[in-house]
Design a protein around this ligand. Sequence first.
Ligand SMILES: NC(=O)c1ccc[n+]([C@@H]2O[C@H](COP(=O)([O-])OP(=O)(O)OC[C@H]3O[C@@H](n4cnc5c(N)ncnc54)[C@H](OP(=O)(O)O)[C@@H]3O)[C@@H](O)[C@H]2O)c1
Length: 218
Amino acid sequence: MTTAIVGVGNIGSAVARHLVTGGESVVLAAKGASRAEELADELGPLAHAASVRDAIAGADTVVFAVWLDTMRELIPQVAPLLDGKVVIDPSNPIAFDEKGRIVRSLPEGQSAGSVAAALLPANAHYVKAFGTLAAEVLAANANRTPRRAALFYATDDESAAATAERLIRAAGFDPVKAGGLAAAGRIEAPGGDLHQFGSDGEVVDLDQARAAVNDAHP
Ligand SMILES: NC(=O)c1ccc[n+]([C@@H]2O[C@H](COP(=O)([O-])OP(=O)(O)OC[C@H]3O[C@@H](n4cnc5c(N)ncnc54)[C@H](OP(=O)(O)O)[C@@H]3O)[C@@H](O)[C@H]2O)c1
């Protein structure tokens, strides 16, 4: 099984590094080739670099580790290649105001997940995952001891859920389902109660995460 990681910035590089450490094969792509090639060289034989189209075509699962606006441009260009594939979306509805402060890029109540899922062909398998921690926290918390850190995911699709669980475990975290696509906003920032920024920066373990899912904070 190969996972394409499209975008090798803060989130994409952390996910790629964790998956390779967990024994997963990855193919890396970005807008420019050089960072994907550098990272693939650094990660060794389980990683290689490709163009965005070739990376998607050769993978079973695609992580779009790019900004939501990039997804809006990119996914329509590659949509036929996503037929039958699991698509993992870590995006948050984040923009910055003129003072550099984080603001929502979408209206209240509309999740980035609902926007990303609507871009996909009908037979792609969508799941929101790998976006619930700040990138540096995601990078630093794989295989945490004595209790692994939890990562939430949200999907309506059983095969996407199974893939997300497998990859989250391979990456060194415990998977916890927040709910279906309608729950995507709970694991996004700003505003989601299950996102790290909605829980005062705390990185929760499996028991804390399960309790939080059932704790219906408005
Ligand atoms: N940063 C965080 O703490 C954090 C936490 C949770 C979730 N997220 C979410 O994760 C996503 C990625 O965030 P990030 O911080 O990792 O972003 P980033 O560091 O800015 O990286 C963006 C990546 O997207 C690539 N890219 C841009 N346009 C592309 C295109 N047309 N085709 C292919 N690749 C393209 C860039 O490639 P080039 O470098 O070649 O341009 C770069 O590798 C966002 O949706 C964000 O909301 C981020």
